[in-house]
Design a protein around this ligand. Structure first.
Ligand SMILES: Nc1nc2c(ncn2[C@@H]2O[C@H](COP(=O)(O)OP(=O)(O)OP(=O)(O)O)[C@@H](O)[C@H]2O)c(=O)[nH]1
Ligand SMILES: [Zn+2]
Length: 318
């Protein structure tokens, strides 16, 4: 990297903090770049050789944590972002509210860790399946963290074994009893990890557990949604002493798919893979059709009903 290129590690009310070497530069986005980012762009699905659909889309935030950017340096560690370098990947969802807008959550991520609690709040498995689908779409490794294991009363493995069988790694943690600490630290120790999970599952606690004294700054970023509402989130990549960068996005309540066509949805459920192509109809939706290999696998107990139900819901309401 040149000394004018760095990584966006923090966003705060239109300020982007770019890490270059040991220093952070407080940057704004150049108006030329803002205009560029409002140009039409190809749908991400087009890389899968579908007919290229070109839509006019506008992202809620043009630059996001994890972005590699080129800046023009100004006085006193301030600067202007003039270019966003090509992204390896991005995690985004459809912004809530009306209208089609993409909300970018992070870019250039090495893995997603979905965080849920055994209880308090009880896991929303359907939400987990949406997160896994987005990870599959971006071909991002994804690990499931089940936190608050100290509160476990009935075996959570009855459900998580479904995910383990599908090929996902599950780590079980408790910031109270220290269960899973070494495994969790090891998981995050290289590259950039993004935590996603509902509010209250312990995402910030997990970071403070690994690194006591880590002062998690809460930087409020205001997104103006399609319907004019504002939602606030703090977005920051923190650097762990034991290695690794971690982004913690607070309180993800919903995860709507962005620009993923319904014909691509079955491929986002790993365990469906070996059955795809075996249905009577080549364009089978696996919902209404007879002689459907997926539905047969559900009946035969080879695909879990929980996962199939998530698939159906995702298909009907992406
Ligand atoms: N019993 C138990 N409580 C925990 C554990 N981890 C976190 N908590 C508690 O759960 C509550 C929520 O933790 P947070 O770390 O604020 O949760 P969060 O996921 O960061 O929440 P948001 O910032 O709203 O997204 C706090 O009261 C924590 O003390 C755990 O392993 N066991
Ligand atoms: Zn089918």
């Amino acid at each position: 990297m040149e000394d004018t290129e760095g990584i966006v590690v923090r966003q705060h009310l239109g300020h982007y903090f770019v890490s270059i070497g040991e220093k952070q530069w407080d940057c704004a986005v150049s108006s030329r770049l803002r205009k560029q980012l409002e140009y039409p762009e190809a749908s991400p699905g087009s890389r899968r050789r579908r007919v290229q659909r070109v839509r006019r889309v506008k992202v809620t935030d043009p630059v996001v944590i994890g972005d590699c950017v080129a800046i023009d340096k100004g006085e006193d560690l301030t600067g202007m972002i003039r270019e966003v370098l090509p992204r390896r990947n991005k995690v985004s969802r459809r912004a809530s509210g009306s209208g089609r807008k993409e909300q970018l959550l992070a870019a250039n991520i090495d893995r997603l860790v979905t965080v849920f609690a055994v209880t308090d709040p009880v896991p929303d498995w359907n939400l987990l399946d949406r997160m896994l689908a987005i990870a599959e779409w971006q071909e991002l490794p994804c690990t499931i963290c089940i936190n608050k294991m100290d509160l476990e009363r009935s075996s959570v493995r009855d459900v998580t074994s479904i995910y383990e069988s599908a090929g996902y790694r599950v780590v079980y943690t408790s910031t109270e009893s220290d269960q899973g600490k070494d495994e969790f630290r090891e998981l995050l120790s290289a590259g950039t990890t993004l935590f996603v999970g509902p509010s209250g599952v312990g995402k910030s606690s997990l970071l403070n557990w690994l690194q006591p004294g880590l002062q998690l700054r809460t930087n409020e970023v205001s997104h103006v949604m399609g319907d004019g509402r504002h939602t606030t989130t703090h977005l920051e990549l923190v650097s762990l002493d034991s290695g690794g960068l971690v982004g913690d996005i607070p309180g993800v309540k919903e995860f709507r798919l962005w620009n993923i066509g319904s014909e691509d949805t079955p491929g986002l459920f790993r365990e469906f893979g070996s059955y795809l192509g075996s249905c009577q109809f080549s364009d089978c939706s696996h919902i209404h059709e007879p002689n459907c290999a997926i539905k047969d696998a559900v009946k035969g107990g080879n695909i879990s009903r929980l996962r199939y139900e998530s698939y159906r819901r995702l298909r009907e309401d992406p």
